[in-house]
Every structure is written in structure tokens, then in C-alpha cells.
Design a protein around this ligand. Structure first.
Ligand code: FPP
Ligand code: MG
Length: 378
């Protein structure tokens, strides 16, 4: 394990509580997350079973943890309080559309399988991991030179890359301040390890050579950059609330498989999604030559891993016409549907992991989260 930096300033519980105290009015979380629908992949008839994964049009999985989510949303909006005016403005901007809040929902649901009820520490973990997630997206948008996320301008588009870099650092420091006062060192270590994994996954992506990755290389990358955080939410919450070790393991396996299914779905949507519904530009992975699973499958189907289509896909900085032509080719191939079948396999593995948990409402809610992830449009 790589060493943690010793230079972090010590943050007292009192200081942390001032980070999260008082906030503007709660915005309408539920209205921002009720627009789920199934992506239209009906172009292919290869895997009819996919059509039977239901769209979660009204995500009932929020209901058991709605109080905690509203409190979390209030605290997120207050994160900028006391900070530099630009940071305050950026926080208000970023959290005006808080997103689906899937990760904190997983924290709150998973915590219900513990033997210890400690609302405040669970809220701190949920906020810490959501801030890690937000910081990573702010930084990722610099790397991607992305202008839009969640249908609003990115921080780098609203201000510039320098501001976005520091805003991301600021959010990340807030996340650590919250994690540092968690009562269990192993959960603090999980937060740190997750950040290592995110950085490894992102570096893996930005330093990868312009060649078509294997499926195993792709899986390793998305496990690091996405699934690690989902696992941390589920496993961290279970550890924090002293769940039975078997339940901790089941929730960790659920989170990893769910995260893999989520990222695969995201990668499919980057090729076949509707920009307004997806909330960000479509075709960016292709534009940058970042090969994802549907592209790997499309290339293999056309002429093998090293063929002409593979070379065109991994070429960086493509023209708009080339992106449009490649989108047409990949959409017409079996790549997206085959990738969706693979995502469905991880969704099913996530559901199997839930069998290791006691049957109760929160287990059903986790099942609904998994269905939502595979059927979402954004
Ligand atoms: C989004 O994925 C990006 C990530 C999941 C990870 C980004 C990680 C870093 C930038 C490392 C730094 C981390 C911290 C905590 C400061 P994507 O690019 O596939 O999705 P997108 O289409 O939404 O951009
Ligand atoms: Mg990105």
C-alpha cells in the first residue's frame, strides 16, 4: 500500500461541524431524479431479455432514506460557507443540480444493515464520499475539456481550468476533513484507498497508448475509476455501523458489481444516448480516442482487435465528421447491445450478492438501485 501523506492539517470534530452547519433551503431532490427511462437499444435483436429490465420511472429506492438525503443535500449546499467567494459560488453552481445522489443513497441504505445506529457518522461518510465523487468530476472535466455536465456548464467552462483545479482540491480537502473524524480507522483508510483507486484509474486512462485495450484492461480501468467508489459506499457504511462481516462482504461485492454495471451503461450512453437526457455531450470518448467496451466489441466484430475500425476508434482528436461516421458504424454494430448484455451480467451479480443480506425493505431498495443503474438514461 502506498503511504498516506503526513502533511494533512489536523481537523477537529468542532471544525468539521462548522463545515457542514446551516444551509439554504432544501432544493427538490426528488424532482431531479424521477425521469428514469430505458435507453432505446431496440436496434438489435440479439438479446431480447434486455427489454425486460424495467425502467424505474419513479425511483422508490429513495423513499426509505429520504430524510437523510434531504439533510445531505442541505449540507452539500453549505460546503462553500466560510470559503473563498469563488469557492462559494462554485459550490452553489455545482450543487444546484445535485445529480442522482446514488452514492449517498447506497451509504444510507447499506448502513441499515449495521448493528449500530449512528446517524451523524453515517451522514459524514455519505457527504465525504459524495464530495470525493464531485471533486473527481470537477477534475475530470478539466482533463476532458468538457463544457457541460448535468445539463449545466462545468466549473472549467463557467470559470476556467485553474479555478476548477483548485475548486476540486478544495472539495477533496472537505471530503478528507469529514472522513478524518470518522470513528473507525478502517473506514478512513477505505476513503483514502478509494481516492488512490480513482487516481490510478484516471491516470490509466490519460496515459494509455492509442491502441485498442483488451476487455480485461477495460475492466481493470473501470473497476478503479468507478466501481471502487461504489464498493466504498456500501462496504464503508456497513463497517461503520458494525454490520456482520458476512454482510459487509456482501455489500462490498454488491457495490463493485453495481459500479461496473453503472460505468458500462455510462459508456454505452456516450455512444447511443440523447444529449439532453444524458446531461452531457455524447461521443466524447470517441472524439478523444478513449476506447470503451461497446467500441472494443464493435472493433472485434468488424475485423479483429487490430483492424481498421480499431485504428480509427483510438485515433485522438478526431474531426466532427469522423466522429459522426464512427458513431453511425458503432451504433449499427452489435457492440452497444453486447456491452449492455455484459452490463446486465454485472447487474445480475450485484443482485446475487444481495442474497447474502437479510430480507428487508432496504434490500429491495438496493435491488431497485441496481435496476435503475442498468435502465437509466443519464
Ligand atoms: C468520470 O468518468 C471520472 C471518474 C469516475 C474518475 C475521475 C478521477 C480523477 C480525475 C482523479 C482525481 C480524483 C480526486 C478525488 C481529486 P468518465 O470520464 O468515464 O465519465 P464522464 O463521461 O462523466 O466524464
Ligand atoms: Mg470524463
Amino acid at each position: 500500500m502506498r503511504p498516506l501523506s503526513p502533511s494533512c492539517r489536523r481537523v477537529t470534530p468542532a471544525a468539521v461541524s462548522t463545515l457542514v452547519r446551516d444551509a439554504p433551503a432544501v432544493s427538490s431532490l426528488l424532482s431531479s431524479v424521477t425521469r428514469g427511462a430505458v435507453v432505446d437499444l431496440a436496434r438489435s435483436t440479439r438479446a431480447p431479455r434486455l427489454r425486460f429490465v424495467g425502467a424505474v420511472s419513479s425511483p422508490a429506492f429513495y423513499a426509505p432514506v429520504e430524510t437523510e438525503l434531504k439533510e445531505l443535500e442541505r449540507r452539500l449546499l453549505a460546503v462553500g460557507r466560510g470559503g473563498h467567494p469563488t469557492f462559494q459560488a462554485a459550490v452553489e453552481h455545482v450543487f444546484q443540480t445535485p445529480g442522482k445522489l446514488l452514492r449517498p443513497t447506497l451509504v444510507f441504505l447499506s448502513a441499515r444493515f449495521g448493528t449500530r445506529d449512528d446517524r451523524e457518522t453515517v451522514l459524514n461518510l455519505a457527504q465525504s464520499l459524495e464530495l470525493v465523487h464531485t471533486a473527481s468530476l470537477v477534475h475530470d472535466d478539466i482533463v476532458d475539456r468538457a463544457d457541460v455536465r448535468r445539463n449545466i456548464p462545468t466549473v472549467n467552462a463557467m470559470w476556467d481550468g485553474d479555478v476548477a483545479l483548485i475548486v476540486g482540491d478544495y472539495l477533496f480537502a472537505k471530503a478528507y476533513a469529514l472522513a478524518a473524524v470518522l470513528p473507525k480507522p478502517e473506514v478512513i483508510a477505505i476513503v483514502a484507498q478509494t481516492v488512490f483507486a480513482l487516481c490510478d484509474g484516471e491516470l490509466n486512462e490519460v496515459t494509455s497508448p492509442p491502441t485498442m485495450p483488451t476487455e480485461a484492461e477495460y475492466l481493470e480501468r473501470i473497476e478503479l475509476k468507478t466501481a471502487s467508489l461504489y464498493a466504498a459506499c456500501c462496504q464503508g457504511a456497513a463497517l461503520l455501523t458494525e454490520a456482520d462481516p458476512e454482510h459487509v462482504a456482501a455489500l462490498g461485492a454488491f457495490g463493485t458489481n453495481l459500479g461496473l454495471a453503472f460505468q458500462m451503461t455510462d459508456d454505452i450512453l456516450d455512444l447511443v444516448g440523447d444529449e439532453a437526457e444524458f446531461g452531457k455531450a455524447v461521443g466524447r470518448d470517441l472524439q478523444e480516442g478513449m476506447a470503451t467496451l461497446p467500441m472494443i466489441y464493435a472493433a472485434a466484430e468488424s475485423s479483429g482487435q487490430d483492424g481498421e475500425l480499431a485504428r480509427r476508434i483510438v485515433a485522438p482528436g478526431k474531426s466532427r465528421d469522423e466522429v459522426i461516421d464512427l458513431l453511425r458504424i458503432i451504433r449499427a454494430s452489435g457492440g452497444p447491445e453486447r456491452a449492455r448484455a455484459r452490463a446486465l451480467g454485472f447487474h445480475d451479480a450485484a443482485l446475487r450478492a444481495l442474497d447474502g443480506l437479510p430480507a428487508r425493505g432496504e434490500r429491495e431498495a438496493l435491488r431497485d438501485v441496481a435496476d435503475f443503474v442498468i435502465s437509466r438514461v443519464r
